[in-house]
Design a protein around this ligand. Structure first.
Ligand code: SF4
Length: 469
């Protein structure tokens, strides 16, 4: 999805996704697999529940002393020979990276998967400055070749079938390739190896940053993170300020629940701990290490409605279980972060106007909270967000009037009774086989993709009175 497509209304983007046969196939296969793997992993891990609670406590305690931990982190990174930069906005973060690259004559950058760099549209900025970024995570490599945006936090190319990837590789790499994941991975690996050796700068995100040791932690499954952080002469890591955690003991808690939630693994294939640049006598590692700590709207939510969204580990579990995401995929959301947590992060990064429609892209079923390793109360925050949209008059007038009237009906028993009776009468032409289908005009959206139960012939109160008689 390109930025220009944001001009297409959300409903239209969602409809397009629903009618895309390939997308539906790819989404269903991948999210179902992730859900099953996660479920099995936690079933075989009785300590999981307690560790999820502990992880939540750590996140909350860290946010309460965020300034202290960030300073401690910065002191320790500098003690290890690294440089720390503070970016208040995404623009500032981009500017710092561009300046570092330009001052050092960087022409080629290799990157490992990082949602923070997606958030600030770093690749576009680098290309604009004449610097070539190369994504080295397989999923990111695929979408870079396709000139698209990620559609899932941990599986950026989840929307593509292997047949589509084979077509893309054949076209872009100019040789016919079979739709065989092993063949395609081998080809990508061959293409990328050279780039690691040629690149002057490696750019990564940070899954965690440990304050009391100055360690930046990267979790990957392909090993590309290690090559990005050790082969180029400069390593730049970009992190959202909420990624700091107090200690290595805390890290162990997160390492045990994050991979299980994301991919059902007991531990990710590679856990890379970066502690500053190469030191005398060391065989590998960069000559320079820079850590950029980015705010970009986060601190404004420390005391705001969306505070709990700052606990997020970016594992993607809430996307896989969300009945909305599973149908429309990530691109329909229109922003970097998709799924239920994506709506909250979009509001945090781009303001409430950006989520005028998205705030309703949730059934509030609670599956996201149940799947979340830190039990983030996403449904509660979505409801509060909707309240804000109403109070700030961002929600459309018709919607505000409808909900106001609805609230009035629900809190006035007499009105509720009258409208209940009226509803029973009006629904008659639309009830078939005990289900309400194909409502007319502006009510159509409710029954386009499903039937609804009709208003009951007798209300609970009427039945109760009968029973009493
Ligand atoms: S909200 Fe929870 S489940 Fe969703 S990505 Fe963040 S940590 Fe994972």
């Amino acid at each position: 999805m390109s930025v220009g497509e944001l001009k297409v209304p959300f409903v239209e983007r969602a409809h397009r996704a629903l009618n895309d046969r390939f997308l539906q196939e790819a989404l269903n296969t991948a999210t179902t697999r992730f859900m099953t793997l996660r479920h099995e992993a936690f079933q075989a891990f009785p300590q999981g529940e307690a560790l999820r609670e502990r992880a939540r406590e750590i996140k909350e305690a860290t946010l309460q002393k965020l300034d202290f931990y960030l300073e401690q982190l910065a002191d320790n990174v500098e003690r290890l020979g690294g440089h720390v930069h503070w970016a208040a906005t995404g623009d500032e973060a981009r500017g710092i990276i561009l300046r570092l690259a330009q001052e050092r004559g960087v022409k080629l950058v290799v990157k490992s998967k990082s949602m923070a760099t997606e958030e600030i549209e770093l690749n576009e900025a680098l290309e604009h400055a004449g610097i070539t970024p190369v994504e080295t995570d397989l999923g990111e490599y695929i979408i870079q070749l396709a000139r698209e945006k990620p559609s899932h936090i941990i599986a950026p190319a989840i929307h593509k079938t292997k047949g589509q990837v084979a077509e893309l590789f054949s076209r872009e790499l100019k040789r016919p390739l079979a739709a065989d994941p092993e063949v395609l991975t081998k080809v990508a690996r061959g293409e990328l190896r050279e780039k690691f050796l040629q690149a002057d700068m490696g750019i990564t995100g940070a899954n965690f940053a440990v304050a009391d040791t100055g360690t930046v932690v990267l979790i990957t499954n392909e090993g590309n993170g290690r090559l990005v952080t050790t082969l180029p002469r400069i390593h730049v890591a970009l992190m959202g300020m909420e990624k700091v955690i107090p200690s290595m003991t805390d890290l162990m808690v997160f390492l045990s629940i994050l991979p299980r939630s994301a991919t059902g693994q007991k531990i990710s294939s590679y856990v890379t701990l970066v502690r500053g640049p190469r030191r005398p006598g060391e065989m590998d590692g960069p000559e320079e290490f820079h850590l950029i700590v980015m705010d970009n709207g986060r601190s404004s939510q420390l005391a705001g409605t969306l505070r709990e969204a700052l606990y997020c580990l970016r594992c993607g579990a809430c996307l896989n279980v969300c009945p909305v995401y599973r149908q429309i995929g990530g691109h329909a959301y229109g922003y970097t972060y998709s799924g239920p947590i994506g709506i909250l992060l979009t509001a945090m990064l781009h303001g409430n106007h950006a989520v005028r429609d998205l705030a309703h892209a949730s059934s509030l079923c609670g599956a996201c909270q149940e799947a979340c390793p830190v039990k983030i109360d996403i449904p509660r925050m979505l409801i509060e967000l909707r309240e804000h949209l109403d109070r700030e008059r961002i929600a459309p007038l018709a919607e505000r009037l409808i909900f106001k009237s609805f609230a009035r009906v629900l809190t006035t028993p007499a009105l509720y009774r009258v409208l209940g009776r009226l509803g029973r009468l009006l629904q008659r032409p639309f009830v078939k086989d005990g289900r309400l289908g194909a409502l007319p005009v502006f009510l159509r959206g409710w029954t386009d993709h499903r039937d609804l139960p009709p208003v009951a012939e007798r209300s609970f109160r009427e039945r109760w009175r009968e029973l009493e008689r």
